[in-house]
Write a protein that binds this ligand. Structure first.
Ligand SMILES: Nc1nc2c(ncn2[C@@H]2O[C@H](COP(=O)(O)OP(=O)(O)OP(=O)(O)O)[C@@H](O)[C@H]2O)c(=O)[nH]1
Ligand SMILES: [Mg+2]
Length: 1116
């Protein structure tokens, strides 16, 4: 194959109709990079002999060593189909869950995707995830069923069995697509009904038909089917791939059957009736070979049989001759039959041809971008597209036209930043010197040398010859001259250059161009009013929030490991941009028009969960570490870097493999120092549960005893912080606390939320955050336009909460929700059970009618210190009393809130007054009398004057509320919650036992186990605590000799059933667990580990019975 020149690609870039931006998506190890190799080889970039072995797009060393892709990378390829030339911007993505954020960054820039599925493993968890991601971004997929060779050589299926197997895989994939489609249609339908409902007020009861719309919606184009031309069967490693179209073409000529008929019948329940020369239906019923088996699979099977299994030379020669392919003597003599096989296959059915022609026919060009997708990209958060400024809405046409005109606005999206070695940039790359240049340089060097000789005296010359230095100047002396100019420090600073991985949606991006960078919070409406009409990024402009300008230093063509410099890149292409390093952290939108809105943020499927603290080996290298971590943060879409209050530098990653890669990157590239990382910091949650009914040895707990225990605990713990005169806990767990200035009193009770409620809240956190934003704006008197979809989602959340919170305890609870926490969107609820306090509902945005007047009146109803209560609740839920981890699934119900706002101190007191206030405090010591209103007026005044001894009232109330919540929490049975991973392990029967062994040792639980049809593999689905997961994947791999390799995905939080504060109280328990009873208490172990890490007090006896131990060891 010929190598495509840069000029050719540059010219192809100008014709968007023939551009395809696509990515390869799949579960880990299904052969994406191998397939990409074959496509790359078709352009002559690598030799076809090496295709599949080189994994060219895995350019990092650790990717090659581990054999998995970690970063997505792009390459531009040229393909000729008929007389059309196509440009394919191909992005290879990783399949490992830890790197799923890289998939998100790739999918955003594409219009289509090749979904690869392993013919043996079928649809795996990540396959479903990537199909969903493609769906969410509205990009069109095509399917490649890869590794068909494994069906022949490994599973030893007959062609007929293989056909059945392939059919099942197709069904599986289509089932996933089908469920995505159904949910979308139903959602749209609901939205439509809602809009209609909004426009015409109907009073009658409406009947909803939940399947309405499904029948009408046309979904045939969505499914994968070989006769639709969107499926290719392949073996990337052997270099072949086939589509039905290809065979239909061949056989229509050979057998004289109409190509159209063949196309329809090659896949499906049809058979060939040789006598009648007809294709008939009902192969299965009549026990006949389907056409696909007879015409396609049989041929391939016999080729494998002749070349690999039987090594039948004669037969091979016959086949080679009949196929008309050429085989070199070297290939046919090779000891590995696979070499011969791939030499034959890659000429007979080249996989690159099958895949690329499908891509060009089936995937959309940048010109076909759907209006729906553009609107989705342009409307951020709760804003509706039609509420954007007019000029912004006009930009939609720019997307649709994808024009490279001079006056088309430039719109670019940067989906990630990646670091390259500065020396690897094209301008710094050493070009091979021509003969002339070498001669020229030598001449220059000789002259310089002669001058130097002349300048230094004869003495010097003698010295040099004494030291045996060569007279002739060495070659590198001449060539390193350029490098010497920069100081070594600077060179080190600039070792890494960040390149933006981006796509142009409109206009032409040029080197040196000035452009606006739109931050995620940029509001075009605000920008347009603040900036002068028709301004550009090169003018001196007033400062606008979240908007900055910069110059594009350079634009590059991305060619896998290499970058090629380009002067400009027209619309519709994927490119690399240099010069944004200072302005863009991870992703951004660039435009020449300030009317352009920032794109919606990327959909990340996995959230970072594994955290470690990092420090340099030598403390003096701290600044280097800090700089390195900053670079790492920029270079990875998903890693987070933060500095904790304790001063620790913490790195948060998606999983163990990701963590390892980040640490390696930090060590070798970004910080270049020795670092030490702590053990992974495992997150926990704290919660309360209903009082247990049985004790640890399964005996009924009497009511008396339970109360006694609770009392004992509260007494112990209530003693620090607040004096008992301001704190009261009653037997039902109601905690009453008064602020130190005695002006406010709150009574709080902690109630466990049903588990499904906390799960719902956890899953809806983004929605709750939106709700919170809306409420904030309403409070400030601003009106917001919320999309119908968001409103509906909020109403749905409310309805679900209502149906889950059933029972006497929760009557009308949903309407009285005051806030969620922590961070105002967490899985805990603050409930307003204060008699007579009516604050505006949390769900106020759901009342549709315009009643801004009413809202204002309501706003006045809010008590002045309402916010302090909420803040106290937020603080309490952010870190609980067990080990300062966030709370989950706790409802704090405020049952009383007395406040004397009229007596707030508003002036500073003299020293004398403070002195008298001491007496006042002493006088009001009666512990029960916490309500300040019961005090006499005189006393109150004195107390009020003492108030500022404790700081402002709002602050005191926050602290009191927080403390009250903590005590209320402790008054209930407390539990720790552990983060759980789910994993799906595929293993053969003979290693199954060992897999179970490892799972059991690590407290994993098997959810279900099934046999994969048509194979001897078992699929085990299990859950495993994150705390026990480190090294799990490695251990499984080792114990099963690499046959099973699990992928861990964060799934949910689970209550650890044991009580960390439990001590044996009954005789049986003493007998069973011993006095200390610490051997089996997993929850206590976790809790203490966290406390120790955070430097909190840990109640532990380290050495008991020291005497005995000593005697024991002596006696030995
Ligand atoms: N038998 C067989 N093996 C294949 C085929 N294609 C790829 N492989 C092997 O499968 C393994 C994984 O291939 P990769 O191309 O690295 O898989 P990937 O999908 O890029 O993996 P990640 O990027 O880590 O998700 C390699 O050992 C390949 O040699 C195939 O067609 N047949
Ligand atoms: Mg790969």
């Amino acid at each position: 194959m010929v190598h495509t020149s840069l000029d050719k690609i540059t010219s192809l870039q100008k014709n968007p109709a023939n551009i395809r931006n696509l990515c390869i998506l799949a579960h880990v190890d299904h052969g994406k990079t191998t397939l990409a190799d074959c496509l790359v080889a078709s352009n002559g970039i690598i030799s076809s002999r090496l295709a599949g072995k080189l994994r060219y797009l895995d350019s990092r060393e650790d990717e090659q060593i581990r054999g998995i892709t970690m970063k997505s990378s792009a390459i531009s390829l040229h393909y000729r189909e008929g007389d059309e030339d196509y440009l394919l911007n191909l992005i290879d993505s990783p399949g490992h869950v830890d790197f799923s954020s890289e998939v998100s960054t790739a999918v955003r820039l594409c219009d289509g995707a090749i979904v690869v599925v392993d013919a043996v493993e079928g649809v795996c968890p990540q396959t479903q995830v990537v199909l969903r991601q493609a769906w969410l971004e509205n990009i069109r997929p095509v399917l490649v069923i890869n590794k068909i060779d494994r069906l022949i050589l490994e599973l030893k299926l007959t062609p007929q069995e293989a056909y059945g197997h392939l059919q099942k895989i197709l069904e599986q994939v289509n089932a996933v697509t089908g469920s995505l489609f159904t949910s979308k249609v139903l959602e749209e339908q609901a939205e439509k009904t809602k809009e209609e409902e909004g426009s015409e007020t109907q009073t009658e009861d409406q009947v909803y038909d939940w399947s309405a719309g499904l029948e009408e919606a046309d979904d045939s184009h969505l499914y994968f089917s070989p006769d639709q031309g969107n499926v290719v069967f392949a073996s990337a490693i052997d270099g072949w791939g086939l589509s039905i179209q290809h065979f239909a073409h061949i056989y229509s000529q050979k057998m004289g059957i109409n190509a159209g008929v063949l196309l329809k019948t090659l896949w499906g329940d049809f058979y060939l009736n040789a006598k009648a020369k007809k294709i008939m239906k009902g192969a299965q019923a009549k026990g006949k070979k389907p056409v696909f088996v007879q015409l396609v699979l049989d041929n391939i099977w016999s080729l494998y049989d002749a070349v690999v299994t039987r090594r039948d030379k004669e037969k091979v020669e016959k086949v080679v001759a009949s196929l008309g392919v050429k085989v070199t003597a070297r290939d046919s003599r090779h000891s590995d039959p696979k070499v011969l096989l791939s030499a034959i296959c890659s000429q007979w059915l080249p996989v690159s041809h099958a895949v690329l022609s499908m891509v060009c026919r089936k995937l959309p060009s940048p010109l076909d971008i759907a209006a729906e997708r553009v609107e989705k990209l342009m409307s951020v958060g709760v804003r509706r597209f039609d509420t954007l400024p007019e000029r912004t809405q006009e930009l939609k046409n720019a997307f649709l036209q994808c024009s490279s005109n001079e006056n088309a606005p430039v719109i670019v999206f940067v989906s990630k930043m990646f670091a390259v070695d500065t020396t690897a940039l094209p301008q710094n790359r050493q070009k091979p010197l021509t003969q002339e240049e070498i001669a020229q340089r030598r001449e220059v060097a000789r002259k310089r040398h002669a001058e130097r000789m002349a300048a230094s005296g004869p003495q010097d010359q003698q010295d040099k010859s004494l030291h045996g230095r060569p007279e002739e100047p060495s070659k590198d002396e001449t060539e390193t001259g350029v490098l010497e100019e920069s100081t070594p420090g600077e060179a080190e600073e600039k070792r890494e250059t960040f390149i933006a991985f981006a796509r142009v949606y409109s206009g032409v991006v040029k080197k040196g161009q000035r452009i606006f960078i739109l931050g995620p919070k940029y509001d075009p409406a605000q920008g347009l009013t603040m900036l002068p009409e028709g301004c550009s990024a090169s003018d001196g402009l007033p400062e606008v929030p979240h908007l900055s300008c910069c110059s594009i230093e350079n634009v590059y063509l991305l060619m896998g490991r290499e970058l090629e410099e380009q002067g400009e890149v027209p619309s519709g292409n994927v490119l690399g941009i240099k010069g944004l390093e200072e302005f863009v952290l991870k992703s951004a939108t660039l435009s020449t028009s300030p009317a352009c809105p920032p794109f919606t943020p990327l959909n990340f499927e996995a959230s970072p969960i594994v955290r470690v603290a990092i420090e340099p080996k030598h403390p003096s290298e701290m600044p280097k570490l800090v700089r390195g971590m900053r670079l790492l943060n920029q270079a990875d879409p998903c890693a987070e870097v933060l500095i904790q209050e304790t001063g620790e530098h913490v790195l948060v990653t998606a999983g163990e493999v990701h963590l390892q890669r980040c640490l390696d990157d930090l060590k070798d590239r970004f910080a270049k120092i020795e670092i030490s990382a702590s053990k992974p910091i495992i997150p926990f949650r704290e919660t309360v549960v209903r009082p247990p009914k049985v004790d640890m040895v399964n005996e009924d707990l009497g009511k008396q005893q339970k109360v006694a225990i609770i009392h004992q605990q509260v007494k112990e713990e209530g003693s620090h912080g607040f004096s008992s005169e301001t704190l009261h806990v009653d037997t039902s767990g109601l905690v009453t606390l008064t602020t130190p200035n005695k002006l406010a009193t709150v009574s709080v009770r902690a109630i466990p939320l049903p588990p499904e409620v906390s799960r719902l809240l956890e899953d809806s956190s983004a929605l709750i955050r939106t709700l919170e934003q809306v409420n904030m704006s309403l409070k400030e008197g601003r009106n917001v336009d919320i999309s119908v979809r968001t409103l509906e989602a909020i109403a749905d959340l409310k309805a679900q909460l209502g149906s889950m919170l059933q029972g006497r305890k929760w009557r009308n609870a949903v309407d009285y929700i005051w806030a969620f926490g922590p961070r105002r969107c967490g899985p805990n609820i603050l409930l307003n059970n204060v008699e007579g306090y009516q604050r505006p509902s949390l769900w106020q945005c759901l009342c549709r009618e315009d009643k801004s007047g009413e809202l204002e009146a309501q706003a006045r109803l809010i008590r002045e210190l309402d916010n302090s209560i909420v803040s106290g609740f937020q603080l309490a839920t952010l870190s609980g009393p067990m080990c300062e981890e966030p709370l989950m699934g706790v409802c704090f119900s405020i049952e009383r809130w007395d406040i004397q706002s009229s007596k707030f101190p508003n002036q500073h007191n003299s020293a004398e007054e403070i002195a008298t206030s001491g007496d006042a405090l002493g006088a009001s010591k009666a512990p029960e009398n916490t309500d300040a209103s019961a005090q006499s007026q005189g006393k109150c005044r004195q107390e009020a004057s003492s108030a500022d001894r404790y700081g402002p009232v709002s602050g005191q109330l926050i602290a009191a509320m927080k403390e009250a919540c903590r005590h209320a929490f402790q008054a209930q049975p407390q539990r720790l919650m552990a983060a759980m991973y789910t994993c799906e392990i595929m293993a053969t029967a003979d290693v199954l036992g060992r897999v179970y062994g490892v799972l059991g040792k690590r407290e994993g639980r098997v959810l279900h186990e099934e046999m994969k049809e048509g194979t001897d593999m078992f699929i085990i689905k299990a859950v495993l605590p994150v705390a026990e997961s480190f090294g799990f994947a490695d251990e499984i791999r080792k114990r099963t000799s690499g046959l099973a390799s699990p992928q861990l995905v964060f799934s949910h939080w689970e209550v650890i059933s044991s009580d960390p504060y439990w001590v044996p109280t009954t005789e049986e328990e003493y007998l069973h667990f011993g006095e200390k009873a610490d051997s089996t208490n997993q929850a206590l172990k976790y809790m203490n580990a966290v406390r120790r890490r955070k430097g909190l007090f840990v109640e532990e006896k380290i050495v008991e019975h020291a005497e005995k131990q000593r005697t024991l060891s002596k006696n030995k």
